[in-house]
Design a protein around this ligand. Structure first.
Ligand SMILES: NC(=O)c1ccc[n+]([C@@H]2O[C@H](COP(=O)([O-])OP(=O)(O)OC[C@H]3O[C@@H](n4cnc5c(N)ncnc54)[C@H](OP(=O)(O)O)[C@@H]3O)[C@@H](O)[C@H]2O)c1
Length: 380
C-alpha cells in the first residue's frame, strides 16, 4: 500500500476514548470484513466516518470493522489485512472484476459485508448470489428496492442467508425505512405514508410565490446544486416514485413503479431534448406552474410536491394543493418530511423531518445500517 504518509490524522472527537473506557476496553467480539463498491461522494464520506470511528467502535461495542477491498467502475483495490486507515485511490490497483473482488472478500473473514455506493444496476444484479453466499449487503442504491419486482423478491428470499439493508435509499440518513420496519415488526398497522421526498421540489415549491417565474427559481436551484445535473430527473417525479416503491415493499406490498401515478412536470416537448436545450427552453414550464399556483390560491391553499402511499397499494407523486396550516407548509430549505399514519399514530401521525440528501448524512444512514447488522450477528 502506498500514500500512507500524507493521510491526515483523525481529529480528536469531543469525547475522549480514555474518558469512555479508561481501564478495560472490550476485546473485539465481532469482526466484519468490509468491501466498498463505489468510492464516490457517498462512498468517500462513509470511509471517512468509518476511519474516524474505527477505534471507538472496538472500544464501545467490540465490533471491529476491517476494510479489505474497494471497487470503482474501472479499478479495484484488494488487501489481505485491514486497510481502513490506509486506503487511497493512489494505492496499487487492478482492473475491476467483481467476481474476483467478491472471491477475495469471501476469503477475508467469516462475516463479510459489501457496501454498494453506486447507482449501478450491474452491481445490483449480483446481490442475490452474494447473499446466498452469506455476504451481507448495505446500500443507498435505489435500484434493488425499486427495480423489477421478481428480482426484489429473490433478494428477499436470499435474506435467509445474509442481511440486506437500504435505509439511505429513502431520505438519506433520516430513519424512515427503519421506522417503517419497526411499525411492521411490532404489529402496528400502516394506513398511509405521505411526504415531501424531494428536497429540490420542496425548495422550489416553498419559494414559488409568483414574484419570480418557476424557471428562474429552477435556475437558482441548479446554481445552488440543489437539483440533479439535469433537473428533469427531479421534475419527472420518478426518483420520488422509486422511494415510494421501496417503502411499499418494505411494508410488504408487492408494488412496482408502474403502480404509482406519477405527474411529470416536464412538458412532453422538453422530455427528449438535450440537457443544454432543456436549459434554453425552461420557460416552457412557467405557464403550467403559474396555472397551478393560481389554482392553489383560488382555493386558499399552498402548492407542494407530495408522494403518497396507502395500505391498499395506491401510490401517487405530484403537485398537491394543501391547506396553509398543513405540516408540509412549514418546512425549511430542502428538508424532506415524511408523515406516517398508522393504527397507533392515527390522531397525531408520526413525522420525520430533516435533510434528505448530501454525502455526509447519506453515509451516516449507511453506517447505522452496517452497525445494526453487526449487532445482530453471533459473537465470534
Ligand atoms: N449523493 C447523495 O446525496 C445521495 C443521497 C441518497 C442516496 N444516494 C445514492 O448513493 C449512491 C452513490 O451516490 P454518489 O453521489 O456517491 O455517486 P457518485 O459520486 O457518482 O459515485 C458513484 C460511484 O460508483 C462507482 N461505480 C459506478 N458504476 C460502478 C460499477 N458498475 N462497479 C463499481 N463501481 C461503480 C463510481 O466509480 P467511477 O468513479 O469509476 O465511475 C463511483 O465511485 C447512488 O445510488 C445515489 O442514488 C446519494
Amino acid at each position: 500500500m502506498k500514500s500512507i504518509a500524507h493521510l491526515s490524522p483523525n481529529p480528536e472527537p469531543f469525547w475522549s476514548r480514555s474518558q469512555l473506557h479508561p481501564a478495560s476496553p472490550i476485546p473485539p467480539r465481532q469482526q466484519l470484513s468490509l468491501g466498498l463498491i463505489g468510492p464516490g461522494r457517498v462512498g468517500n464520506a462513509l470511509l471517512n466516518q468509518l476511519r474516524s470511528n474505527q477505534l471507538r467502535l472496538i472500544e464501545r461495542t467490540g465490533v471491529q470493522l476491517r476494510l479489505h477491498g474497494v471497487a470503482s467502475s474501472k479499478k479495484m483495490w484488494m488487501y489481505e489485512t485491514d486497510a481502513m486507515q490506509q486506503w487511497h485511490p493512489g494505492n496499487e490497483s487492478h482492473p475491476v472484476d467483481l467476481e474476483a473482488f467478491v472471491r477475495h472478500m469471501r476469503s477475508a473473514g467469516t462475516q463479510v459485508m459489501l457496501i454498494d455506493c453506486t447507482a449501478s444496476d450491474v452491481v445490483v444484479e449480483h446481490y442475490e448470489q452474494w447473499m446466498q453466499n452469506g455476504i451481507h449487503i448495505v446500500t443507498p442504491n435505489k435500484l434493488a428496492g425499486s427495480g423489477p419486482l421478481d428480482r426484489w423478491q429473490r433478494i428477499q428470499r436470499a435474506g435467509n442467508s445474509a442481511h440486506f439493508r437500504q435505509e439511505a435509499t429513502v431520505c438519506a440518513g433520516l430513519p424512515v425505512v427503519q421506522t417503517l420496519r419497526d411499525f411492521i415488526d411490532t404489529g402496528d398497522e400502516l394506513l398511509s405514508i405521505e411526504g415531501m421526498f424531494s428536497g429540490t421540489l420542496a425548495w422550489l415549491c416553498h419559494h414559488y410565490d409568483g414574484s419570480r417565474s418557476f424557471s428562474a427559481l429552477l435556475r437558482d436551484a441548479h446554481a445552488l446544486a440543489y437539483t440533479e445535473p439535469d433537473p428533469r430527473e427531479d421534475l419527472s417525479g420518478m426518483d420520488v416514485a422509486r422511494k415510494l416503491i421501496i417503502l411499499a415493499r418494505e411494508a410488504g406490498l408487492s408494488m412496482s413503479l408502474d403502480d404509482v401515478q406519477v405527474q411529470n412536470l416536464v412538458p412532453d416537448r422538453l422530455g427528449e431534448v438535450s440537457t443544454e436545450s432543456f436549459f434554453s427552453n425552461m420557460e416552457e414550464l412557467d405557464a403550467m406552474m403559474a396555472e397551478k399556483l393560481a389554482e392553489a390560491r383560488a382555493q386558499g391553499g399552498i402548492l407542494r410536491h407530495v408522494g403518497r402511499l396507502d395500505s391498499k397499494g395506491h401510490g401517487s407523486v405530484g403537485l398537491c394543493i394543501l391547506p396553509p396550516e398543513h405540516t408540509f407548509a412549514h418546512t425549511s430549505a430542502t428538508d424532506n418530511v415524511i408523515q406516517f399514519d398508522t393504527h397507533r399514530y392515527h390522531d397525531n401521525p408520526m413525522k420525520i423531518q430533516g435533510p434528505g440528501a448530501g454525502p455526509e448524512v447519506t453515509a451516516g444512514g449507511i453506517f447505522a445500517d452496517l452497525l445494526r447488522i453487526a449487532s445482530s450477528l453471533p459473537r465470534q
